[in-house]
Design a protein around this ligand. Structure first.
Ligand SMILES: Cc1cc2nc3c(=O)[nH]c(=O)nc-3n(C[C@H](O)[C@H](O)[C@H](O)COP(=O)(O)O)c2cc1C
Length: 345
């Protein structure tokens, strides 16, 4: 079934014991539940759990939950440590003022920025080492040599994320074992840390497969079997799909988010910093249109947290981060196994 594709693909699929060369993208924030991850892994793809917002104890628990549900290989995913940009009091006031009407509409007090700490990456990584998944993928940057070595020495495959060729080359030079190349159509946060070319997924995949020697995993706008086949033909070892799984039965997608996805049409996504302070692609709504001066990540993320939580409970898609890729209109509802099969046959 897999004959005719690159040696890289055979190596990666064989090493991970996959039946299909398809990765469920990690989706932090509760979308990639242990049930979704396990369902994809059991059905022959590689399930990935977005663990970036989890505490070390929650990572241990989520890893154990996946293990209880599947014998298949799975990935955990973290945000690489990244420097925090300082922010001033007047910037905070402006950002809070922009969000205040949305808060008021939900019966919430205006947002206040309390002390914000990025999660402790070192402790998250310790939990990952303890869980010992087949793969640790990461995004937003590079890992220190000692961290890569700790993962490798336990047989955990390391996968970095690049949005352009220069980042891909840097990750390869760091000794990472495979690279997700993320095209501009991708849903969710832009995964790069330097240039962001918003590249065409197919062109970036082809260029990366030609210029780096480690396996390339293509991501961004892959919604159909034809999309998957095209990136494999362009030299990718695996295809990583996020938006395609957002309406899987096992996903943690909230009811208003689900309804917005079901109604979405081509052209409905925008790049926005309104929710987190980092550029991400999602469905256009009142917040992406109304917020002009967000704080840098992670401050804006903290400032919008209570609004997003209250919005999900109140069924209000207008105040939620509705991450989705440009292919959203081609998304299907069904079990993860059904969606996975639709991406192959
Ligand atoms: C809801 C959502 C959450 C995401 N969260 C993460 C994440 O935590 N870590 C990560 O590496 N990528 C994350 N991504 C990006 C995916 O890894 C991938 O690049 C993207 O889904 C591919 O494009 P597609 O959505 O068009 O399939 C997320 C994407 C979505 C849609």
């Amino acid at each position: 079934m897999l004959a005719g594709y690159s040696l890289g693909m055979l190596t990666l699929t064989q090493r991970l014991g996959l039946r299909l060369p398809i990765v469920l993208a990690p989706m932090a924030g509760g979308i990639s539940t242990p049930e979704l991850v396990a369902a994809v892994s059991t059905a022959g793809g590689l399930g990935s759990l977005g663990a970036a917002y989890l505490t070390p104890a929650q990572i241990t628990e989520a890893g154990a939950a996946v293990r209880r549900l599947t014998q298949g290989a799975f990935a955990l995913n973290l945000f690489a440590p990244h420097p925090t940009v300082a922010t001033t009091g007047s910037e905070v006031e402006r950002a809070a003022a922009e969000l205040a009407p949305f808060h008021a509409s939900l019966g919430l007090q205006p947002p206040e920025l309390t002390a914000q700490a990025n999660p402790d990456f070192g402790l998250q990584l310790e939990a990952v080492l303890e869980v010992c998944p087949a793969v640790l993928s990461f995004t937003f940057g590079r890992l220190e040599a000692q961290h890569l070595e700790a993962l490798r020495s336990r047989g955990i495959l390391t996968v970095g994320t690049a949005t352009g060729l220069e980042e891909a080359r840097q990750l390869e030079a760091d000794g990472v074992e495979a690279i997700v190349v993320q095209g501009g159509a991708a849903g969710g946060h832009r995964g790069g840390w330097s240039e962001d070319e918003l590249a065409d997924t197919l062109s970036l995949t082809r260029a990366a497969a030609q210029s780096i020697r480690i396996p390339v995993i293509a991501a961004g706008g892959l919604m159909t079997a034809a999309d998957v086949r095209a990136v494999l033909d362009a030299g990718a070892s695996l295809a990583q799909c996020g938006t395609a799984f957002l309406r899987a039965t096992e996903a943690g997608t909230s009811a208003p988010y689900w309804a917005a996805l079901a109604a979405a049409k081509t052209g409905d996504t925008v790049l926005t910093r309104a929710f987190s302070g980092r550029t991400a692609r999602g469905l256009r709504n009142a917040v992406t249109e109304g917020v002009q001066q967000p704080l840098p990540y992670p401050f804006q993320n903290a400032l919008t947290r209570s609004m997003r939580a209250a919005g999900a409970k109140a069924g209000r898609a207008d105040v939620l981060s509705l991450w989705a890729g440009e292919g959203v209109a081609h998304g299907l509802a069904g079990t993860a196994a059904e969606i996975l099969e639709s991406l192959w046959n």
